[in-house]
Write a protein that binds this ligand. Structure first.
Ligand SMILES: NC(=O)c1ccc[n+]([C@@H]2O[C@H](COP(=O)([O-])OP(=O)(O)OC[C@H]3O[C@@H](n4cnc5c(N)ncnc54)[C@H](O)[C@@H]3O)[C@@H](O)[C@H]2O)c1
Length: 313
């Protein structure tokens, strides 16, 4: 059977409808797709509709595609039913290797053979996820960022058994759907952005554990510091400018040796109950009474303002 071309896709199945699956559903609905969702949790439909409703004002402000309608969302009791007629599948189930292996094999078994199946996994290589799939060549990673309905980036990478055609199709599809796509040539552990994010997070946890910084200080050090530059120029161009007219060459010659400083701790700290509780308490204190819904709305307003200011929305 011939594969639907990326610009002809109209119906998408979202399998797993938590923070990420729900965010994908909201994004696809706002871009005019019909979304068929499945999630085994008893309260999944209620959670999904709450998430989509919360995302809708931001998506409306950014401009809905022609035909975009919340009524294009259907939630199904059965995986096979949700996959019926889907021309693309985005899997966003929990980050559990065995669960995802079995789930992807089940989706692969139930879907029309030409349909591309993409996983939101944050770090498992598709080579490890596709082992039970009858048609592993049509499985690919499409790694989003929270919230998928506002953050443009998707990292696309195939596994050893994924066909080059599937990787190219997925990259083209996400691009048509309005995403900013990076296609990875190799299965880099943690992909690109998570490698970078987690290096930062690891150092933050070390500082909290050692009593060197509070949760609030860590957040402000980024939001009022380097974080302001990153939406404009990434960390590499940022340092190119930090080297003055000597650019990155001066930067490397000047500060390169300090990369061996003792404050770069490459091993992750042990997540003791004390560290876990200190980080959680710090976040609650920093939230200062704002609920998760309040923080989501605040974040969405800020991201939209940034995207607009930079001419990206
Ligand atoms: N949270 C993030 O910032 C983020 C970012 C990028 C990618 N991801 C990835 O997205 C995926 C989902 O993460 P999340 O943060 O949305 O988790 P989540 O816990 O919010 O949602 C997971 C959902 O999967 C459902 N589920 C449980 N078992 C299932 C099954 N067998 N089949 C289908 N669905 C099932 C749960 O009911 C839940 O609604 C993970 O692979 C994660 O690594 C997360």
């Amino acid at each position: 059977m011939t594969r639907t071309t990326p610009d002809e896709v109209g119906v998408i199945a979202c399998v797993g409808a938590g923070v990420i699956g729900g965010g994908w559903a909201a994004y696809f609905l706002a871009h005019g797709y019909r979304v068929r969702a499945w999630d085994p949790a008893p309260d999944a439909e209620q959670r999904l509709r709450h998430l989509v409703d919360a995302a809708w004002p931001a998506l409306t402000e950014l401009g809905l595609a022609e035909g975009a309608d919340l009524a294009n969302l259907s939630v199904h009791r059965d995986l096979a039913e949700a996959l019926r007629g889907a021309q693309f599948v985005q899997e966003s189930a929990p980050e559990d290797l065995e669960l995802k292996r079995r789930l992807l094999a089940g989706i692969d078994d139930l879907c029309a053979p030409e349909v591309v199946i993409s996983s939101s996994t944050s770090g498992y290589p598709m080579t490890d996820l596709q082992t039970l799939c009858p048609h592993p060549e049509r499985t690919v990673v499409g790694h989003p960022f929270n919230p998928p309905y506002l953050i443009p980036l998707v990292e696309v990478v195939g596994g050893k058994q994924t066909s080059a055609d599937t990787v190219a199709w997925a990259a083209a599809f996400f691009t048509v759907a309005g995403k900013s796509v990076i296609t990875l040539d190799a299965e880099v552990p943690g992909f690109i952005a998570n490698r970078l994010q987690e290096a930062l997070w690891r150092e933050a946890l070390h500082m909290i554990e050692a009593g060197e910084a509070t949760v609030e200080q860590i957040d402000r050090s980024i939001t009022d510091g380097p974080g302001l530059r990153w939406p404009v120029q990434g960390p590499m161009l940022t340092f190119h400018l930090a080297g003055g007219h000597g650019g990155m060459a001066h930067m490397l010659d000047h500060f390169g040796p300090s990369l061996l400083s003792p404050w770069t701790r490459l091993a992750a700290p042990e997540l003791t109950p004390e560290l876990r509780d200190a980080v959680v308490a710090g976040c609650v204190a920093e939230a200062g009474g704002r609920s998760i819904d309040d923080l989501v709305a605040e974040r969405d307003r800020g991201v939209i303002a940034l995207l607009r200011a930079l001419g990206r929305a």
